[in-house]
Design a protein around this ligand. Structure first.
Ligand SMILES: O=C(O)CCC(=O)C(=O)O
Ligand SMILES: [Fe+2]
Length: 454
């Protein structure tokens, strides 16, 4: 959702965030601009060119315009079916991370410049921040949802936004669904995404609603499984909500043909809160979902600037698969849907892929409660991802610079959450002393999984 609903503002001023903010997104955002300007080029070719021009989008664009035929001929590494014979090549015998947050049992490291292809649900759960359930819905239910979304997607649009001085558009189409009339009005008139209101918000459809309880039940089970098997001491992560995951919105993406894609990004946490979980259902053409860890670095150390420093992991998303993006995903990893040179047409969807992301919007993070910047619009919630200094700290900042014709202001404010991810203004729940009393939030959680209808 947010590659094209997010990005890095210009770093022109001496605003607090320009000194404190992590600087990690510039390469991704530049890549996103490049991908939008040069949809025919592979991500690899675009990255090569950017690096060769010291990160200057302008110089890289000029060079690509000159060299278009030559660079476009370079083979793309992204295929629907990745070629990899063995996982041994990636085995390191070392844990991926020593931070105690990401899967502690992971023993594979995708190496710089390589793509590790994973298909098996156990491998995916162990080596990525996701879990996957194949053949998730009864086939008829999947088909009906697909048919409904294919019809809906005829009127989906590309999201247009401003980055630097360019107005660019997302390389796929999407729209947003909520459940009630009240939510619809709030989304239309109160919520902001990258400093602008969404132009297309719709009432949830019958099939999206029908599938929801099944997604809810499964995601909650997966969360519990993950906590028990992957997190330190079998406890939920700090800032992760102890409440049942209860989706109340669905963001739906449509990728028409292999060229449509979404660049590397993390989803916006503004309305989902810290350590958000997302249930992502794939229908139609199978595509490659890529993830890569964001490596924190010292301020003075530029050696890990390369966004591909640890390589990437490709998870294959066939028709009717549910991918759960777990609580560590948005803060510590980035994800993308890679362009594909060849796709296997789906008998119903043809060359199209539909992706439904069910999301749990938190009532306490409605824009009427969150800080506003000096532009008068709700600020965006972000986390320091790359700089070791302040790593993992949340902050609010202005996103005005993403609205065509508008500059962003210097607004910056550290965000305060308790250990359960409740914002400081949520007086009923926010616990100042949380974490010090040794109360295990899981004990309060109990069996919260949906008893559901299906
Ligand atoms: O299409 C997908 O599977 C991912 C979409 C996505 O990343 C998003 O909507 O934020
Ligand atoms: Fe996303």
């Amino acid at each position: 959702m947010e590659t094209f609903l997010k990005g890095k503002k210009r770093k022109a001023t001496s605003t607090p965030e320009s000194t404190r903010d992590d600087d990690n997104e510039s390469t991704d955002v530049k890549l996103a601009i490049m991908a939008s300007l040069f949809p025919d080029f592979s991500q690899e070719a675009l990255l090569d060119t950017l690096l060769a021009h010291d990160g200057s989008v302008e110089a890289a664009s000029a060079s690509l315009n000159d060299r278009r035929p030559e660079v476009a001929k370079k083979p793309r590494s992204s295929r629907v079916v990745g070629s990899q014979t063995s996982l041994k090549f990636f085995a390191t015998g070392l844990p991926v991370s020593g931070d105690g947050v990401s899967p502690k049992k992971a023993k594979l490291l995708s190496k710089k410049g390589t793509t590790l292809h994973l298909y098996d649900p156990d491998d995916i759960a162990q080596h990525t921040p996701c879990s996957i359930i194949h053949n998730f819905l009864p086939p008829d239910e999947a088909k009906e949802l697909l048919l409904e979304m294919l019809e809906e997607s005829k009127s989906f649009e590309k999201i247009t936004f401003k980055l630097f001085d360019n107005v660019v558009s997302s390389p796929h189409t999407s729209t947003f669904y909520v459940e009630t009339e009240e939510e619809l009005n709030k989304q239309r008139y109160e919520y902001f995404y990258n400093g602008a209101r969404l132009t297309d918000v719709r009432k949830i459809t019958p099939q999206l609603l029908r599938v929801k309880p099944r997604v809810q039940r499964c995601v909650n089970e997966e969360i519990q499984k993950r906590i028990k098997t992957q997190y330190p001491d079998g406890k939920k992560l700090k800032y992760q909500s102890p409440d049942e995951w209860s989706p109340n919105a669905a963001f739906v993406n449509c990728y028409s043909g292999g060229k449509e894609n979404v660049g590397y990004h993390s989803d916006q946490l503004t309305y989902l809160g810290p350590r958000a979980v997302i249930g992502s259902l794939s229908l139609g053409v199978a595509r490659e979902f890529r993830v890569r860890r964001i490596l924190p670095r010292d301020v003075e150390d530029s050696s890990s600037e390369d966004p591909d420093a640890e390589g990437q992991i490709a998870i294959h998303l066939p028709h009717n698969s549910l991918l759960v993006m777990h609580a560590e995903m948005q803060e510590e990893w980035k994800h993308s849907i890679a362009p594909a040179t060849a796709i296997d047409p789906h008998p119903i969807a043809g060359n199209r892929r539909i992706n439904v992301t069910y999301r749990d919007y938190r009532p306490s993070l409605q824009p009427k409660f969150t800080p506003r910047c000096n532009c008068g619009i709700p600020a965006v919630l972000k986390v320091v991802q790359k700089k070791k200094e302040n790593w993992g700290k949340y902050f609010w900042m202005c996103y005005g610079g993403y609205v065509p014709g508008k500059e962003n202001c210097a607004f910056f404010q550290w965000a305060k959450f308790d250990d359960d991810g409740n914002p400081s203004w949520d007086k009923g729940r926010y616990k100042k002393s949380s974490g010090k009393l040794g109360v295990d939030p899981l004990l309060r959680r109990g069996q919260t999984v949906d008893k559901g209808t299906s």
